[in-house]
Design a binder for this molecule. Sequence first.
Ligand code: ADP
Ligand code: MG
Ligand code: MG
Ligand code: MG
Ligand code: MG
Ligand code: MG
Length: 699
Amino acid sequence: MGLLAQGTALDWPDAKKQAHLVRAWGIKQLLEIWNRAKGKERDAMLWGDEVEYLVVTYSKEDPKVLLSLRQADILEALANDQSLAAKGGGVPDIQGDVASRTDDPFPVFHPEFGRFMLEATPGKPWGIEFKELLNVEPDMKLRRRIAKDHMLPTEFPITLTTFPRLGSPGVFTDPAYPVSGPKLRSQFVPDEIANPHIRFPTLAANIRSRRGCKVQVNVPVFRDEKTPWPWKDPTVNYDLHQWPEDDDVRTGGAAPDNFIHMDAMAFGMGSCCLQITFQAKNITEGRQMYDQLSPLGPILLALTAATPIYKGFLADTDVRWNQISKAVDDRTAEELGDKPLQNDRWRIPKSRYASNSTYISTDARLRPEYMDPNLVIDEAIKQELEEGGMDSRLATHFAHLFIRDPIVIFAEDLETLDLSKTDHFENIQSTNWQHMRFKPPPADNSIGWRVEFRPMEIQMTDYENAAFAVFMVLITRAILSFDLNFYIPIAKVDANMETAHARDAVLDRKFYFRRNLFPARPPRRAASASSSGANTPVGPGSRPATPPAGPVEDEYRLMSVNEIINGTAYEARSSSGAQQEQQPSDEGDEFFPGLIPIVESYLDSVNVDVLTRCRLATYLDLIRMRASGELCTAAAWIRAFVATHPAYARDSVVSDEITKDLVAAVIAIGESEQAGRGWAAAGVPGLERFLGPFRRGAA
Ligand code: ADP
Ligand code: MG
Ligand code: MG
Ligand code: MG
Ligand code: MG
Ligand code: MG
């Protein structure tokens, strides 16, 4: 995110008038980057992760755990130390089994939407070497340790996706503020919940204003034995008369039965995720990675599920995605299709935070049938991009992103068009929150074309976060090395994204997935090509010119996450050591190799020393066991923690008391991880099922 420019942020009515100018200038800036960078070659295979934290105030004595709103002070303390470190001051060392990287740059800490949030990225991106993958977990631990060192003794950085009692009645922030402020107009959270930098409250206020009512973030409540049914969210205040928007719940049907009702951007953008950015060697490879990683999004969302609680209630969903989508949905009634089109240009089927709507690669295997039939684009922008030299497919991608209005506009930026900057382009680009992001080089062209993988939920431990980061890096390498083909229609990726929300989707649901990932053999070489399988040596140059044209529907089928990740031949080992057979699939016993076996074939095909390989295995094993159900997701573990808590009344309510104990457990797990003692030392129930046999620590 970098430094946030200051300036005069326009309120919505004024911003709306300038939207066209921002788009026009943004497109000119994009063409400038495109022309400068389209021929960029041989950029290094770098990558980097982003970890987001909640900051909580916790002490044994206090009956409540709260969100700390000291983000600005913490960031300032970190920035001061960062400059000390730059002058040769020490980066704090770290104990236990954790290596220190004192010769590396200080990690980068970033502000986030929530004033209770923090983001940390490595001091410099990770390189291509396999050994480097082993530095990720220690570096994540180091980042967490440095963050903690710049907090009060009672403050802790934790990696729960959401704070269980955000927006619950009574106090949940430190310090406390009254709800129903002018920017958010939320009846559940105060304006002070958002980062006070003018960009963030403006973002929230202008989304609300553009839409014409507050955002409606409704999540189905989990129905437990004693949950009253139909269930009416008992925290909704029907008697508030502070803002016109307060009518939303009275007359607008904003709070339907059986849903937890939330009404502000903070309920979505206050969630923490794990993102991975890859640099491609050139734009062609970047476009390929963008497309090929896209169908993996929903699978990794289901695997990382960690969000079962909202506003003090158990939800009937396991992940954060749709809540963020709704929390920043600025579409008007016309765009939503609730009113006939009069003032707006289009009906728009998705929120600006949603699963991908485009494929962009030049790959001949990309069939027109995979494209989104409902894609909305700005034809004039597409034409301008094409006239500027961009090919139609990429022009379509950006002409789709540019159907959105810029939400935050600073008056100062509208004085002159500066083609040596990308600010107007980034304004639109970075408020299109799709599950993949195609990142062009910056204005100075100093780095390459990058692709960001954005759907994963943050995990409680750095071991898990490192495991998912490492898995994504390895599968990306396998994609490039074997020229894998994950294409399915975008509509099926969208459907999978919905499927990923279900409780325990990882075990109970099936996802559309491509049957044959391996490149079709070019007709002439068919006879000499080796048999199919992960070791098929296929270079990037050997793509067939024309894909075989069977019906698209035959190319994919429904699979469980276990089949997708582990393959149909996988036999899980139960804790007793006995082998359990994979559940046969509905579609018969059609063979599918599985992503982990493919990654292993890839590792077999390159030179990795034994020690590195063994350590990588402990990461792949976590993914494998989450997919097979040998281990449970964070969402399942949290549900079990609540269900077995003595104060839980089987009525879906997650009280302050339960929340405090849950956060205490998360802190204890984090502290034993930091100390290199492994999770067993945390003394928290149920961790064997959740974190597995790895990092158990010394008995
Ligand atoms: P954003 O919030 O816009 O996604 P951040 O700067 O927070 O961007 O994070 C970007 C991630 O990309 C970080 O992990 C960073 O280390 C990584 N990164 C930076 N430069 C490169 C590069 N040239 N190639 C790949 N990754 C990079
Ligand atoms: Mg970031
Ligand atoms: Mg960001
Ligand atoms: Mg972030
Ligand atoms: Mg975020
Ligand atoms: Mg990011």
